[in-house]
Design a protein around this ligand. Structure first.
Ligand code: ZN
Length: 689
């Protein structure tokens, strides 16, 4: 799941996309005048050679860098991804500055939209003068709701605006008929990041719940409620959300594609939760005839009918009001921005300082006018040569993966044949889309920041809704080119690499091949492996949920992945906190597969030659060091704790300290021995792809 509840700026996203790294609602990124500046492939300053590679490979490669880069006050974590993100922000800012000086930008052009959106966000005088008043219409509407049917109807109205009380609605490919788009309902409605925050009763979680309730109360008071009423509402909202949480799937349960696929006609949904007026919901949404609907979590949609009935109108009104305020707080006056940051930034993630305004506004513009800005970004900053080199690399990786599949000693020829067909069918997208999204009908005003955020969310909602019942447009991108990330989308069977990740330390034109194969090569292999991880393997070459495995091979696969679950479950990251092996399994399979495949591709590329060591390190060593440096990161304990619950990716440290220790070439390259702290005995190692 790639959805954030805090902010309007996250638009409808593909539920099943799997990324290389955690994705925030920060959709932008970078400076460095193209790529001409040289970046050293591996800088010895970044290492800590007082640590033995076998005791802590992550520290060995990254210890110097981590020591020199504590988390800056405005971040909750700081690493290779953040550095690129910052460089990108400067690049995007210079693009915006150029545009902002153009007073004559024609109406309804990208330049006009970007300039006016950005300026509206920087105009704090107007924003502060308006205070909460731009939301008065919503408050009045909510106040006038008379019945539970009204609550349902108003929920649909807010969904159109990109505000998501109760649950999510979106249109995307049918998981069993990937060429057609259908309606989807997905659990939601929580203001805290995960179900666990509502159900866990340890002291730390109780304190966070209390802080969350205080935050709701304070926001409601800023809106104008008196302390007593606001306090009562906050408690009722927490109680209501707790009920929603208890009827929700956990994150681990959400990882099972089969359990989350329940396609049914409207009539059946009405039987599942008869107390919700679905007809009214879909009518208000603009989809009176939604066709067949995929109900992500039957348990949840059955549960909310009862919750609707047993909750009084006053609480529903408070809950909807809170949803409007919580989604819009970052775009309101300073008092709301600061209170929102106080909880979601400081308390939940440990961030000390709000980012400067220009960065926040830039993120909003980049999130809401993603491809408008992305087009300008790639025109100026993405060299065509990068795309050519990537195409070659991807081909080499595909060949290497195919060789490895053919040689697998645990898989039958029957399943191998299907796996190879699927590998061949993977579509590759590099840099930016061939066809850009059109924003022409969207009206952006120079003096209405919140209005711009809501109109662009509604615009995106309508764009998505129009796909209902139509064939899937496989040329679309689920990420903007300025995003430092990559993804695999199982229903398109495609791997996608936005322009912004094709920079050092991921992709370094000045680096030796060993380092590039260890970095971007593994990223490519990682995304390819997602097509064959515990979720991806359930989809066939055409992107349909369709079992192509023999029963025996599937059983063997499960046994092998269980070893990986155990290795991560046993890895301690902080005090007594462990990685959740089941939650992160897909990513961990992809990391291990990515390393194996890219290493094979690197060996192939050498044609039997052995390159000389560089700076005293052999090519084999540099391959693994190139991998390790991508995951360097300083992180605050609050953020680490939060991510262990919500992020399907393991922390950077575990991503470096576990997968290589399963691989013979790494063990040989660094002479890892029994007795080394990270040594894994042979029988416990995972050999999958
Ligand atoms: Zn991934």
């Amino acid at each position: 799941m790639n959805k954030r509840i805090l902010s309007l700026s996250v638009l409808l996203s593909f539920v099943f996309i799997v990324t290389i790294s955690y994705s925030e609602n920060k959709k932008t990124k970078t400076e460095k005048k193209g790529m001409e500046e040289q970046t050293k492939a591996l800088d010895p300053k970044n290492m800590d050679t007082s640590v033995k590679p076998g005791d802590n490979f992550y520290r060995y490669v990254n210890g110097g860098w981590i020591k020199a880069h504590p988390v800056p006050p405005e971040y909750s974590q700081y690493g290779a991804f953040t550095v690129l993100y910052e460089q990108n922000q400067k690049k995007l800012k210079s693009l915006i500055d150029e545009i902002s000086n153009k007073k004559d930008a024609k109406k309804k052009t990208a330049a006009q939209r970007i300039r006016d959106f950005y300026n509206s966000g920087m105009d704090t005088v107007t924003i502060n003068k308006k205070g909460v008043s731009p939301l008065n219409k919503y408050f009045n509407d909510i106040n006038n709701l008379k019945s539970k049917d009204d609550v349902v109807k108003y929920t649909a109205y807010l969904h159109r605006k990109g505000i998501y009380p109760l649950f999510y609605f979106f249109v995307e490919a049918d998981q069993r008929n990937s060429s057609m788009n259908i309606a989807n309902l997905y659990q939601g409605g929580l203001g805290l990041p995960d179900v666990d925050y509502y159900t866990n009763d340890n002291d730390a979680t109780k304190r966070l719940r209390k802080a969350y309730t205080d935050n709701i109360k304070k926001i409601l008071m800023l809106k104008g409620e008196d302390e007593k009423t606001a306090g009562k509402h906050a408690q009722n909202i927490l109680n209501l959300e707790t009920k929603l949480a208890k009827t929700s799937f956990t994150r681990v349960e959400q990882r099972d594609p089969l359990r989350n696929y329940n396609k049914m006609p409207l009539k059946e949904l009405e039987k599942l939760s008869p107390d919700i007026n679905w007809n009214e919901y879909f009518k208000t949404l603009g989809a009176a005839d939604p066709g067949e609907i995929n109900v992500g979590q039957k348990k949840f949609f059955k549960g909310i009918g009862d919750i609707l009935n047993e909750t009084d109108m006053d609480t529903w009104k408070a809950y909807l009001t809170w949803n409007v305020l919580n989604a819009t707080a970052p775009y309101l006056s300073d008092d709301f921005v600061n209170q929102n940051f106080d909880f979601y930034g400081k308390t939940l993630s440990g961030t000390q300082k709000l980012q400067p305004r220009w960065k926040r506004v830039l993120n909003t513009v980049s999130g809401n006018l993603g491809e408008d800005l992305g087009k300008l970004y790639v025109e100026k900053y993405f060299p065509a040569s990068s795309k050519e080199r990537m195409v070659k690399l991807v081909n080499n990786l595909r060949t290497a993966f195919g060789q490895r599949i053919e040689k697998l000693d645990w898989m039958s020829d029957e399943t191998k044949k299907k796996a190879l067909e699927k590998l061949d069918a993977i579509t590759v997208k590099i840099g930016y889309p061939d066809k850009w999204k059109d924003y022409t009908p969207l009206i952006i005003s120079p003096d209405d920041y919140l209005g711009n955020v809501i109109s662009s969310s509604e615009f995106e909602f309508n764009r998505n809704l129009k796909k209902l019942g139509k064939p899937v447009d496989k040329t679309e991108w689920g990420m903007t080119p300025q995003t430092v990330n990559a993804y695999y989308n199982p229903s398109n069977n495609e791997i996608v690499f936005p322009a912004a990740i094709l920079q050092p330390p991921f992709f370094n034109p000045d680096a030796d091949d060993a380092v590039n194969y260890g970095a971007i090569g593994v990223v490519i292999g990682h995304e390819m492996t997602h097509g064959f991880d515990d979720q991806g393997r359930m989809y066939d070459k055409d992107g349909n949920l369709n079992d192509w495995w023999t029963k025996e091979d599937a059983e063997k696969f499960k046994k092998k992945t269980k070893k990986l679950v155990d290795l991560y479950d046993n890895y301690v990251v902080l005090d007594s906190l462990h990685v959740n092996g089941k939650l992160t399994l897909g990513e961990n399979i992809a990391d291990l597969g990515g390393l194996n495949i890219s290493h094979q591709a690197y060996i192939n590329s050498l044609n039997g030659k052995t390159p000389q060591p560089v700076d005293g390190f052999t090519p084999e060593q540099r391959f693994y060091m190139g991998y390790a440096q991508v995951w360097r990161q300083s992180i605050r304990p609050e953020e680490l704790k939060r991510r262990l619950k919500v992020d399907v990716h393991s922390p950077g440290e575990a991503r470096v300290n576990i997968p290589p220790f399963n691989i013979d070439s790494f063990i040989k390259a660094f002479d890892i021995k029994p007795g080394d702290k990270l040594f894994i005995p042979k029988e416990k190692r995972a050999y999958i792809w």
